[in-house]
Design a binder for this molecule. Structure first.
Ligand code: HAS
Ligand code: CU
Length: 554
């Protein structure tokens, strides 16, 4: 028996006004990525000793470029796209538009925040890198701008929750449609997670940079940052998982393997994403070893929902490949519709994520982390996660989403297929360079083009990094060309009429214990308890030392 996950009347169409705002979220995200990618090329080449920084107008330092790269790609593109995509998924799954005032406010607040932070970065007032560690001090507009980006995600979460509450009132006794459940759960997780930087930015960094608070505590702010900073990676990843679970099966000709399994995976993310942040601070003094061990243990727990995702998504793909005539152990793989640029980009993103996940295990191991921490290994890891599993998936989604939102057919689909391959191969080469360089002790966040020291192995690793980074840049440029081509020259009226939502093999249970999974409030309460266990001892026993004034080294 098959049951559609979107329990909605056929022919539901989003009002044009809402469609327009969601479109602008997508444009804002990828527009930010243009700036991010432009600076990425300079960073990759610097590892091969090539300095092209003078080519960039009004660029003062490597660190200014690296800040723009990290903030635009990792903080703006991810959240702008995530907001637009998840709001659309929720509206479509519930077959009701979201509150238009909230959707518009969410976009306006994000656009204002991005503009403020962009001004601060472009005028060299905020070269503090995307982690914004104190005591490096940016102009207050930078912190306020990033805070507004977060506020925008809260408004989006409110819009989604309001629609869900209204839907539940009208559909008593029904299960939340799976697509809405996973979308809303993703942003609720992020809403909880964002408490750390909200306290850090609003309570300390904004007053400090505005001159109202003379000094701050660097360790306290780092810890608040990483409270949010590990879970943030799942806020980037979960919109991609929404697509892998709920849309990709349809695109591959398969079905969602299990409604229950999918819900449980997202609930585990809600529970365990946050109490793991100290794995970024294994080397920080001032935090007890016992607490770091708790976070280390929970990091291995949060590895599992992704491992489960690999099996579940693979099963859905296998179903599609076999339905298309694939035989034997692996014969279904070539039978997948690789010619569909949206699907092939996402398949390549998944394959890369296998290596991204494996490198994450090394990071998470307390002792092995000492070998790789602060080396290029770490950017090697995260370009295979956020840089591909997330970014390439978002590009793949854009290949149907932008035609859906504009009504125009995808422009140059074969170029779009090539784009995904070039980008994915580029990342794999790039990450190979960074990973081996990191194992040889090559430092991250260092302008290697002017470094006066070197170690055996760095030269080759740096050259490989530069070659891979150049390929990635080419892949990204081709993506922008296809995107702009679609918006201005795609054939009118050829966009898809609906999102590619998938069916599940079995419908969600209406009786027994399973419907209790939909009580999101209970899961939020459990998540808070876990956070209190994992972070409570630190925040309760720590005496803030407001000792550090702000520094600007640029
Ligand atoms: Fe990480 C550092 C541990 C996942 C991003 N990570 C970072 C940083 C970033 C980042 C940006 O424990 C640097 C922060 C900074 O600037 O300092 N990470 C992990 C672990 C996971 C993990 C255990 N990371 C991510 C994701 C990210 C991301 C996801 C972004 C989206 N990471 C760490 C640690 C550090 C760290 C330490 C600190 C390092 C240090 O010392 O500074 C896990 O969640 C990974 C689980 C993943 C898997 C893979 C599942 C595979 C799937 C694909 C299936 C494939 C199919 C293919 C179906 C288990 C789901 C089928 C296709 C066919 C064609 C057949
Ligand atoms: Cu982490």
């Amino acid at each position: 028996m098959s049951a559609p996950i979107v329990a909605s009347p056929a022919g539901f169409a989003l009002p044009e006004a809402q469609r327009r705002i969601l479109r602008w979220f997508v444009y804002l995200g990828f527009g930010a990525m243009v700036a991010g990618v432009a600076h990425g090329l300079a960073q990759a080449l610097s590892y091969a000793g090539i300095n092209i920084l003078p080519v960039y107008p009004r660029l003062h330092s490597y660190y200014q470029g690296l800040t723009v790269h990290g903030v635009t790609n990792a903080l703006v593109m991810t959240f702008a796209f995530g907001n637009g995509f998840l709001m659309l998924m929720t509206a479509r799954a519930l077959a009701r538009p979201l509150n238009q005032a909230l959707v518009t406010a969410s976009f306006g607040v994000m656009a204002a925040g991005v503009a403020m932070s962009a001004w601060a970065m472009a005028t060299n007032r905020a070269s503090v890198l995307y982690t914004a560690y104190a005591p490096l001090q940016a102009h207050w507009t930078h912190y306020l701008g990033l805070a507004l980006v977060v506020v925008s995600t809260w408004i989006a979460t409110a819009a989604m929750i309001a629609a869900l509450v209204a839907w539940r009132r009208e559909n008593p006794g029904q299960r939340i449609p799976l697509l809405a459940f996973v979308s809303v759960t993703s942003w609720i997780m992020w809403w909880l997670a964002s408490a750390g930087i909200a306290v850090s930015f609003l309570g300390f960094l904004i007053p400090w940079s505005a001159g109202w608070l003379p000094r701050v505590d660097p360790l306290l702010n780092r810890t608040l940052f990483w409270f949010t900073g590990h879970a943030i990676v799942y806020a980037w990843l979960l919109p991609a998982y929404v697509s892998w679970y709920a849309l990709v099966p349809r695109q591959a000709g398969g079905k969602i393997i299990s409604d229950l399994y999918t819900r449980v995976v997202f609930i585990i993310f809600l529970l365990v994403s946050i109490p793991t942040g100290l794995h970024h601070q294994y080397t920080d003094p001032g935090i007890g070893q016992g607490l770091k061990a708790v976070h280390g243990f929970l990091t291995f727990v949060i590895f599992f929902p992704s491992l489960a995702t690999a099996f579940s998504v693979m099963a859905a793909l296998e179903m599609g490949g076999r339905a298309r005539g694939g035989r034997g152990l692996l014969g279904w793989i070539p039978r997948l519709p690789w010619g569909d640029p949206s699907l092939s980009a996402q398949l390549l993103a998944m394959l890369t994520f296998v290596l991204g996940g494996a490198t994450g295990l090394v990071n998470a191991s307390y002792t092995m982390n000492q070998v790789v921490h602060n080396t290029t290994w770490v950017p090697g890891h995260f370009h295979m996660t956020v840089g591909t599993a997330v970014a390439l998936t978002f590009m793949g989604i854009a290949y149907w989403l932008v035609p859906y939102l504009t009504g125009r057919g995808l422009w140059a689909p074969r170029l779009a297929v090539a784009q995904g391959w070039i980008y994915a191969v580029g990342v794999l080469v790039f990450a190979r360079g960074m990973i081996s360089g990191g194992l040889a002790g090559m430092p991250r966040r260092t302008f290697m083009a002017q470094a006066t020291y070197t170690q055996p192995g760095w030269k080759l690793a740096g050259a490989v990094t530069a070659v891979g980074g150049s390929l990635m840049s080419l892949g990204a440029v081709l993506f922008f060309i296809v995107l702009v081509g679609t918006v201005v020259a795609g054939k009118k009226g050829e966009g898809p009429a609906d999102i590619p939502w998938s069916e599940t093999i079995t419908a969600p249970a209406l009786a027994g214990w399973e419907p209790r999974l939909d009580r999101l409030r209970v899961w939020v309460a459990f998540a808070v308890i876990l956070i209190l266990i994992a972070y409570g001892p630190f925040f309760l026993m720590y005496h803030p030392h407001l000792v550090s004034k702000g520094y600007r080294f640029w």
